[in-house]
Design a protein around this ligand. Structure first.
Ligand code: COI
Length: 353
């Protein structure tokens, strides 16, 4: 892919103090457009700026948009590393296909990411911060009929971030949602598309009002089986096995989920992908067989769950503190990401800058 580099002439003000999540954006972005009959054209790295969107653009009306979230890290050696861009590009391609968005070759998606990150390398914060990378593609055609659009824009924007949760590695409080539904089999629950997040807002807002950080989604039919948390896949550690819900089409095939499974397997832990019920969790807590619960995600990394909230009261997980598995996985994963531990699975790509 031929990428035109157009450096900015008006650098943005650098953030000072706590970075937060998704608040600050760097000097440049990657952008290219899809033109009917021509395909993807005009790949460029240019000054971070808004684009005009026709009021009839189909994305505004029918939500034809997909995105990804991955990270680049600054190591203690000063080196810049990007984590599992290939796997994110593959999932991006699958999401595009599901939303009838014209394919962007995975190699081009990766090149776009690498090129814009290298351009803004000086924005990658030191540990514990990271550069959150947000590739996304949306339908721009001005047309109100319901069919796949004929024009799109693909962008990659960059945001220097701190921890996703305001309270850092403190255990999160999760509301178990048994009325609202995020996704059903055969829907788009396994695609990283904006509509899934829009559909989650009302329940998440309700959970916040009750004092919880996020929502744990249950299956749409029985509301008995655990699915995923708002921005994380979930792992439940019992005495003899660690369980994570299987990929059945309703949950996201998390890249951090896959990384955690791989790390656990390498440790010889009995990690099982299977359906898991709320009753199993409650019984496990009663019998003492439930050891800990934690979530995994690019933004959240590995986050311990301290409390599950039900209509009839809270269930404290373990002793309510971060468990040893969550702590050690967080440590191992972040050290691999920063180059402080070897990378036996080939997840990390060293960049220039
Ligand atoms: C990520 O972890 O990259 C996510 O997609 C979460 C994001 C929606 C905040």
């Amino acid at each position: 892919m031929n990428i035109d580099i157009r450096p900015t002439t008006t650098p943005r003000t650098r953030p000072t103090g706590a970075l937060g999540f998704g608040i600050h954006f760097t000097d440049h972005l990657f952008r290219m457009d899809y033109v009917d009959g021509k395909g993807w054209v005009d790949a460029r790295v240019e000054a971070y700026s808004g684009a005009t969107l026709d009021p009839a653009a189909s994305v505004l009306h029918y939500a034809q948009v997909v995105f990804e979230g991955l990270k680049a890290f600054r190591g203690a050696d000063g080196g810049l590393r990007i984590f599992r861009a290939d796997r994110h590009a593959r999932r991006f391609a699958r999401s595009c296909e599901k939303l009838c968005i014209p394919a962007i070759p995975e190699a081009d998606v990766m090149e776009a990411i690498v090129r814009v990150v290298e351009q803004d390398a000086s924005w990658v914060p030191d540990a514990p911060g990271a550069l959150y990378i947000r590739p996304y593609v949306y339908a721009t055609e001005a047309f109100l009929g319901v069919r796949p659009a004929k024009a799109y824009t693909f962008c990659v924007i960059l945001s220097p971030v701190g921890a996703y949760y305001e309270r850092g590695f403190a255990p999160v409080k999760i509301w178990v949602e048994r009325e609202a539904v995020r996704a059903v089999k055969g829907g788009v629950g396994d695609a990283k598309t904006a509509a899934n997040y829009a559909a989650s807002l009302h329940a998440a807002f309700g959970a916040k009002k009750r004092g919880y950080d996020q929502v744990l989604w249950t299956d749409a039919i029985s509301h008995e089986k655990i699915e995923e948390v708002g921005t994380m896949n979930l792992f439940v550690a019992f005495e003899n096995e660690v369980v994570t819900p299987s990929l059945d089409g309703t949950i996201l095939d998390g890249v951090t989920r896959d990384s955690v499974i791989t790390l656990l397997k390498a440790r010889g832990v009995n990690i099982v992908e299977r359906p898991i019920t709320l009753d199993e969790v409650k019984q496990g807590q009663k019998s003492g067989k439930l050891k800990e619960i934690f979530g995994s995600g690019t933004a959240a990394v590995v986050s311990p769950v301290g409390t599950l909230g039900f209509e009839d009261g809270d269930l404290t997980i373990g002793d309510g503190n971060p468990g040893p598995l969550a702590l050690s996985l967080f440590d191992e994963l972040t050290k691999i990401q920063r180059g402080d531990l070897p990378d036996p699975h080939g997840w990390v790509r060293r960049l220039e800058g």
